[in-house]
Design a protein around this ligand. Structure first.
Ligand SMILES: Nc1ncnc2c1ncn2[C@@H]1O[C@H](COP(=O)(O)OP(=O)(O)O)[C@@H](O)[C@H]1O
Ligand SMILES: [Mg+2]
Length: 241
């Protein structure tokens, strides 16, 4: 599905990404984990075609999409909804660009996200968690088959965050899109992913790729299991060395 081959990027003298190669299979949920400033958002901008790599290529379903936009649905770190559009008008933006609007599907998904009452409200009337859900539905409704999510839950409190993670899994398990998910939270990566890519810093290189063995569907019990803690310890060790 998505493949990065030896992608490197510097800003001036500062090398941020060093020969990053990675692969996301069809329907796979892959997380990229690394500390703040390691180059995660830069990697996303490269995949989305918003930045040019200094070297390397990016392929989507075999097609070279390096420096090309519009192939991937992208949810940036700050959910940026259009303030002058209603929630419904916001989630239909991606489809509008393609010239076809599926109002009924949008309505169903907003209802499933607990947003049925605010379909015709404006973004400023919603809480932070609700706005994130709107941005997420907008990305899901876009016609692209790969979704990039850049720390979508980092601004949320712990309770809202766990609810959102469960909600994301329930939607994704039905929808079978491929997801590349950025986080600096180990629990979140383990709970959500099929595969975790661990980055080093200065420059970011891939330190290790971990296949997550937990069965699906997953629930909160998993977070407290011995097996979960063992994997968490293992990832912490990789990050520290
Ligand atoms: N447009 C830019 N120009 C110069 N430096 C940048 C730019 N974007 C990011 N950087 C630098 O690249 C590094 C990685 O940033 P970023 O990809 O945002 O990290 P992360 O998302 O992992 O926190 C940081 O040191 C940041 O200051
Ligand atoms: Mg970032």
């Amino acid at each position: 599905m998505l493949e990065l081959r030896h992608v490197s990027k510097s800003f001036g003298q500062k090398q941020v990404l060093q020969k990053i190669s990675l692969h996301v299979a069809n329907g796979e949920f892959v997380s990229v984990i690394g500390p703040s400033g390691s180059g995660k958002s830069t990697m996303f901008s490269l995949i989305g075609g918003l930045l040019e790599p200094d070297a390397g290529e990016i392929y989507l379903s075999g097609e070279n999409i390096t420096n090309k936009r519009g192939f991937i649905s992208y949810m940036p770190q700050q959910a940026s909804l259009f303030p002058w559009r209603t929630i419904m008008e916001n989630v239909l933006v991606g489809q509008e660009l393609q010239g076809k609007k599926d109002y009924e599907r949008a309505k169903t998904m907003l209802e499933r996200a607990g947003l049925g009452d605010v379909i015709h409200a404006y973004p400023h009337e919603l809480s932070g968690g609700m706005k994130q859900r709107v941005a997420f539905i907008r990305a899901l409704l876009s016609p692209q088959s790969l979704m990039l999510l850049d720390e979508p839950f980092s601004a949320l409190d712990e309770f809202t965050r766990t609810d959102m993670q469960k909600w994301l899994l329930s939607i994704w398990e039905d929808d079978e899109q491929s997801i590349l998910f950025i986080t600096h939270n180990i629990d979140e990566a383990l709970f959500l992913s099929d595969k975790i890519i661990i980055l080093s810093v200065n420059p970011a290189e891939i330190k290790e790729v971990i296949e997550v063995p937990f069965k699906r569907p997953r629930d909160e019990e998993l977070l407290l299991s011995e097996e979960f803690l063992q994997w968490k310890r293992r990832i912490m060790e990789v990050i520290q060395f």
